[in-house]
Ligand binder design. Structure first.
Ligand code: CTP
Length: 402
């Protein structure tokens, strides 16, 4: 959920500032781009060097760079952020936020922000329970800011009570589930095919192809990460899904893949056929290993069912159907033909003429061609990022359906 999100982590002067280091690491691991902004007193608790090393960005503290006569524009940073999280937030900074004071860069960014703001207070229990603090929390909530409540336990003072900044792991799951709930993919069911199919010739041989399954698996991860439940029907590959919302069904042949797709079709909101399905299979599978002979060998092949085309004949108005086209020539017109004859909502075209695109690569260069004639051409990028582009297009179509 946090993949590609631009996050400002505001760190204020509490002993819990040491936890900001772990928080930065976890956010970066989730794929977020993290800009740390510290209040001056926060630098007494943790060094900017630690946080800039972990976030791979210089930490911002001062509004002005007096040595160069330039300034860190609070407005630019506020508009840059997809979300701001204050962790830890002291009683003092919270009081300033609830009163609209902006006497440092972090608070000025807060005032100028349009994105969601989360705050994780950290303070002693009596400070936390004080009516002034409670009033400030309510004020921030009235502003639409989202409280990540402090936990109960032993505080730095030695007292026991509520006031500990929540653990970084919990803060990350808090953020993740917030965005999951907001995602249009939440609760949706996606059916995805991936990988090659193997069509048996005899007990030891098959007709196959070089598909690695990477594109289909990346799509499954992206959809699951954004709240969808995924049935991933894959031919033989050496990949395993990570997200628990992905139900992997492994198959070998085109006909097994078709059977599994038919079982899942009715409940699917989104159907993406990313598998490289064999177009032909041997008419007869030899029961014994075919022996070598000196004469040439003929194997009679018959067409397999085009699974994508079959889904196209059965799909309802509400189901979004996406296909792939891997072409070597007349790319656009061939893909548009498939888009129309297979009744797709859009087709993802990749050309084998583009270096770094297609089977086996970590990267892909695709164009998305839509039924309404829209075309979007993307640069060469990692398949995980291509998956995000494809899922964004699906979300756009879902929003248009509402
Ligand atoms: N596809 C499928 N079942 C098949 C063949 C293809 O579901 N038996 C799907 C693929 O998963 C892909 C799309 O159809 O989403 C296009 O596959 P491709 O092989 O490029 O196209 P074909 O329609 O098979 O046409 P051709 O091979 O002649 O280009």
């Amino acid at each position: 959920m946090l993949q590609g999100k631009k996050i400002i982590l505001g760190v204020t002067g509490s002993i819990a500032a040491f936890k900001a280091a772990t928080l930065v690491r976890l956010l970066i691991k989730e794929g977020a781009d993290v800009q740390v902004v510290m209040s001056k007193s926060a630098t007494d608790f943790i060094t900017p060097l630690t946080l800039s090393t972990l976030s791979k960005r210089p930490v911002l503290i001062e509004p002005f760079k007096t040595d160069t006569g330039s300034w860190n524009s609070h407005v630019d940073w506020a508009l840059w952020a997809d979300l701001i999280i204050f962790a830890p937030l002291t009683a003092n900074s919270m009081a300033k936020m609830s009163n609209g004071q902006a006497d440092n860069l972090l608070l000025a960014i807060y005032l100028a922000a349009r994105c969601p703001v989360f705050f994780a207070p950290a303070m002693d229990l009596d400070m936390f329970e004080h009516p002034a603090t409670q009033k400030n929390i309510s004020t921030l909530e009235e502003f639409g800011n989202i409280l990540i409540p402090p936990s109960f336990g032993e505080l730095a003072s030695g007292l026991i009570g509520q006031g500990r900044m929540d653990e970084p792991e919990n803060i990350v799951s808090f953020l993740t589930s917030y965005f999951k709930k907001k995602s249009p993919l939440n609760g949706k069911f996606a059916l995805i095919t991936a990988g090659p199919t193997y069509e048996r010739i005899d007990p030891v041989r098959y007709i196959g192809n070089f598909s690695s399954g990477k594109m289909g698996f990346a799509l499954a991860e992206t959809l699951a990460m954004q709240g969808a439940k995924v049935k991933l029907i894959s031919g033989p590959v050496s990949l395993t899904p990570i997200n628990r919302n992905i139900d992997l069904v492994t198959v070998e042949s085109a006909s097994e893949m078709l059977d599994e797709c038919m079982k899942a079709l009715e409940n699917a909101d989104i159907i993406i056929m990313a598998a490289a399905v064999a177009d032909y299979r041997p008419v007869n599978i030899a029961p014994e290993k075919i022996k070598k002979k000196t004469v040439s060998l003929q194997i009679e092949l018959e067409p397999t069912t085009d699974i994508l085309a079959k889904m196209g004949t059965m799909k309802t108005e509400k189901q979004i159907l996406v296909g792939f086209a891997l072409e070597t020539n007349d790319e656009n017109s061939e893909a548009i033909k498939k888009l129309n004859t297979k009744n797709l909502d859009f087709i993802v075209l990749n050309s084998l003429r583009d270096a770094g695109a297609g089977f086996g690569y970590e990267t892909n260069k695709v164009s998305i061609l839509e039924r309404n004639g829209n075309e979007t051409h993307f640069d060469l990028k990692p398949k995980s990022e291509v998956a995000i582009d494809i899922v964004s297009k699906i979300k756009e179509l879902m929003n248009n359906q509402l």
